[in-house]
Design a protein around this ligand. Sequence first.
Ligand SMILES: [Zn+2]
Length: 325
Amino acid sequence: MAIESTVQIAPDIWRITLPLPFRLRAVHLYLVRGADGYSLIDAGLDTPTARAAFADALQQLGVQPSQITRLYVTHMHPDHIGMSGRHAQSGARAFIMPDEERRARYVWGNAPLEWAEYLQSHGMPDAAAAGATGAAADLRACVTLPPMFEYLADGDIVPVGDRSARVVWTPGHSDYHYMLVDDAAKLIFAGDHLLPTITPNIGLYPECRPDPLGDYLESLGSFGDEAKYRVLPAHGEPYDELPVRIGQLKAHHDERLAGVRERVVAGGSGGVTSFDVLRHFWGDKLSPHEVRFAIVEIAAHLEYLRLRGALSRESAGAVHRYNST
Ligand SMILES: [Zn+2]
């Protein structure tokens, strides 16, 4: 099914869909009209194809790039932050949570990405760890950051076009991911926190908060009265019935936690690594890009269980091995 590149969501809201060169295929940006300019939620990946698609969309809508005065970057993943520097260059003020900027500057900057050793510590063979780190570093070509961001804090009320929205900090998928919640219209610009058909990747990285899965589960439905809200996600279609979706997301992680724990128990007294668990679930079918997402996701689940006393960890020879308690 072809994806419509621009869809009107409300009299003042347009969804602009940009292509991605990943299995995810596309990311949605939301453009909101206001008397003093447009607000844009999320930036798109900075590739020539996505830039052209964005320019086409604006042209269709009769909007000049300079009319976009505010850019809200929900989190630092490349499909959300990639083109932020370009939008800023044409005059938008770019907003993010402060610690999310810190991580963006590290991951998308010029310093060596120190993930290989970390992935090895979770049992990934050297070559695969180097490949996965290299695949991530290659994405730096698709991210252009602005010289500066302005900062948002949890609970801030900000203008989104002529609407006003509450900043809701939703850690888990990324440490300082936020959603914009228009309480008057009961509308959530959800970024990747509450996706309708896929579960957002919850990954543990060395430079991140120690318990991303705990963060995620806690921040699911942390803004109250969910049943009344409509969700505008960055991937997939808008949806209602948020409590149902939150239930499904929780059930998914419960099931994955049970599967991970079962695997550790079956592994016996020698203990198992994140990579062992990954191989159990996915075999060797994953690309270097996918293998990285998978191992950090498994590591997040193992650490979640360890931090709650369900598993123990031994780190002999700089490799973490998990045992049942
Ligand atoms: Zn993301």
